[in-house]
Design a protein around this ligand. Structure first.
Ligand SMILES: Nc1ncnc2c1ncn2[C@@H]1O[C@H](COP(=O)(O)OP(=O)(O)OP(=O)(O)O)[C@@H](O)[C@H]1O
Ligand SMILES: [Mg+2]
Length: 221
């Protein structure tokens, strides 16, 4: 069973008189242990699609299933809980808190969890992405690639089933982007997660298990 599935997903945005159909009936799925990349030009609906997969927004029409469960049946509390426990997010702009160390940034999404001490996992994840010697550094003391590694470790702290990445190499040079893609493919195997990345960067094709091309809100077959 796919961890995440979209079926006939339509998303319309209304701004004033105008209606924009950002997704026009998208079918999509991702399984554990695979990395799927959604590639498409600016405005093709990539972020909109990722927001549906990440339960950050709901479709106008169609169905989103998480582990086979229709998420339209979920309450707001259940959606919040799933976002926290099942899904990890990585963004183009890293979104690290500047006052916190690398370790504290990674631990942050687990702070609500009083049952487990997540410090050990935070340190372990940072070591696994090659930042064992940067644990106490704050974001301003890290390079772009190092910041993105911290963000990836943070996305994995709660042992998600799915890692979602919106342009994860968008702020990095090509070589650094390549090492981030290598990290992602390695972690995908180690953690047995589904990775869904959206990008316009063709470099992803080489690292990904499957490519989905999105043009003007439609998946190309
Ligand atoms: N909140 C919104 N309200 C109205 N229109 C929106 C909204 N969000 C996105 N859109 C429109 O929906 C379409 C798809 O936008 P989306 O952000 O998903 O594209 P994208 O593929 O992620 O582009 P980029 O590569 O530039 O990030 C665009 O035409 C955009 O203007
Ligand atoms: Mg986008």
């Amino acid at each position: 069973m796919s961890v995440i599935e979209l079926e006939g997903v339509v998303k319309r945005y209304r701004s004033g008189e105008e209606t924009i159909e950002a997704l026009k009936g998208v079918d999509f799925h991702a399984d554990r242990g695979e990395m799927v990349t959604v590639i498409g030009p600016s405005g093709s609906g990539k972020s909109t699609m990722l927001n549906m997969i990440g339960l950050l927004d709901t479709p106008t029409e169609g169905t989103v299933r998480l582990d086979g469960r229709d998420v339209t049946d979920f309450t707001e509390d259940e959606l919040t809980e799933e976002r926290r426990s099942t899904i990890g997010f990585v963004f183009q702009a890293f979104h690290l808190l500047p006052m916190l160390t690398a370790t504290e940034n990674v631990e942050l999404p687990s702070m609500w969890d009083t049952k487990h001490d997540r410090r050990d996992r935070a340190v372990d994840l940072l070591e696994r992405v090659g930042l064992g010697d940067r644990l106490g550094h704050t974001p301003s003391q890290l390079s772009g690639g190092q910041k993105q590694r911290v963000a990836i470790a943070r996305a994995l702290i709660n042992e998600p089933e799915i890692l979602l990445a919106d342009e994860p190499t968008g702020n990095l040079d090509q070589d650094t982007g390549r090492t981030i893609l290598e990290e992602l493919t390695r972690l995908k195997e180690e953690e047995n997660i589904a990775i869904v990345a959206v990008t316009h960067d063709e470099q992803f094709v080489e690292y990904t298990d499957r490519v989905v091309r999105l043009v003007d809100g439609v998946v190309q077959s």
